[in-house]
Design a binder for this molecule. Structure first.
Ligand SMILES: [Zn+2]
Length: 142
């Protein structure tokens, strides 16, 4: 699924891909590197945060921690939107670029639309998806 978005990643995206995962300080599971711009667009009161340094995202559904930074951390309560894995509701958005809920994502027509749009680069996952990556991984399995 990692190559489903054909848009060439921005320079900063390449740097993120090279950074190593870290351990979530709360649950101990692997947290993946994420762009600061993703955090910027999903944090409540982003003006209170420190923007120097690196960010990671914990996607463990059982963990309350979402964004991790060397000197600060954001929990689910501190975000405007949650990564799909942190909200099990059928109404929870799984595709943030096209506004698809988990329930809608079971429709093959919807799924195919999202696949086509991401393949042709018509998506904006880095900014719109709180997980900072393509949403297709979050679609319910057939
Ligand atoms: Zn965690």
């Amino acid at each position: 699924m990692s190559s489903c978005c054909n848009t060439p990643p921005p320079e900063a995206g390449n740097k993120t891909a090279k950074r190593k995962p870290t351990d979530c300080p709360q649950c101990g599971q692997r947290a993946m590197p994420i762009e600061p711009i993703t955090v910027l667009h999903h944090a409540r009161q982003p003006w209170l945060l420190e923007w120097k340094g690196h960010w990671w995202v914990c996607e463990n559904p059982a963990c309350d921690q979402v964004y991790i930074h060397e000197r600060q951390q954001l929990t689910t309560a501190q975000l405007r939107d949650l990564p799909a894995g942190k909200n099990a509701s059928p109404e929870a958005p799984v595709c943030f670029c096209f506004g698809v809920s988990r329930q809608q994502a079971t429709d093959p027509v919807v799924r195919e639309f999202v696949v086509q749009m991401t393949r042709s680069g018509q998506c904006d996952c880095t900014i719109r998806n709180p997980a900072g990556r393509c949403c297709l991984k979050d679609f319910p399995r057939k």
